[in-house]
Design a protein around this ligand. Sequence first.
Ligand code: OAD
Length: 273
Amino acid sequence: MEQKLQSVVNTLTKKKKPRVVVLCGAGISTKAGIPDFRSPETGLYSNLQKLSLPYAEAVFDIEYFRKKPQAFYTLAEELYPGKFSPTKFHYFIRLLQDKQLLKRVYTQNIDTLERIAGVKDEYIVEAHGSFATNHCIDCRAEMSSEELKRQMDDKASGGIPRCAKCKGYVKPDIVFFGEGLPARFFDLWDDDSEEIDLAIVAGTSLTVYPFASLPAEVEANAIRLLINKEHCGDFKQNPRKTDVLALEDIDEVAETLARLCGWEDDLRRLVET
Ligand code: OAD
């Protein structure tokens, strides 16, 4: 493993002002206690029987939500941010920011753990949205998170947040299947994709588009590092000679990388504070 990571370590420590982009998914948060989606047995999609869905991904499908919002809100109770803490890998991203190496982190996650780890807004692209803001799916009126939570907790009235204006269902601005990604995702990627020295792809099965196409769009002169239990996406379909594969536990790889870069104490301090 250490030998494999050498080109990555050289880029991080020897190259002048390297530009690092992190592309990540649910696997970076499993150590925080949040299940990912597609891991067999432990993933959310194989544990949704209690919601009686026609197919697992319906829980994040906008047309299904219009008819049966209860399924999403049952899951939202479990996933709502506030009860989880960042992992070592989240703090590794923060360390990249502190060392002025981080160009951007594109995350598919809605858990906001990058923010909680101290990564600043300007560096984060929440490609699949987040729980931070909420809108009515009919008239688009905004609802505060306090009000959304109040209505979720009001089980006597059904626990489904409803718009004060039109009584339509309200949902957090998480990107559902059938909805577009935020403009910020496309706007920033246009420029970022051309200015990358190292792309760290971590904790994603690379199955949901357009996010899954990002690694293929990283220019050929950049190094791509995949940290994931499974070999997937463009790393498998179109491998490049300079690709680095770390098919192991993400937090362990973060620790190893920090040690090889001489940042072990910096990472430990962040994790402990
Ligand atoms: P997936 O569940 O599809 O993939 C998670 C990946 O992380 C898998 O390849 C796991 O093997 C890997 N993994 C999990 N824990 C790990 C660990 N500790 N160490 C190393 N690897 C680990 O999650 P995403 O790719 O993020 O969309 O899913 C993409 C989108 O599908 C999500 O954003 C969500 C979902 O439908 C929406 O909610 C709109």
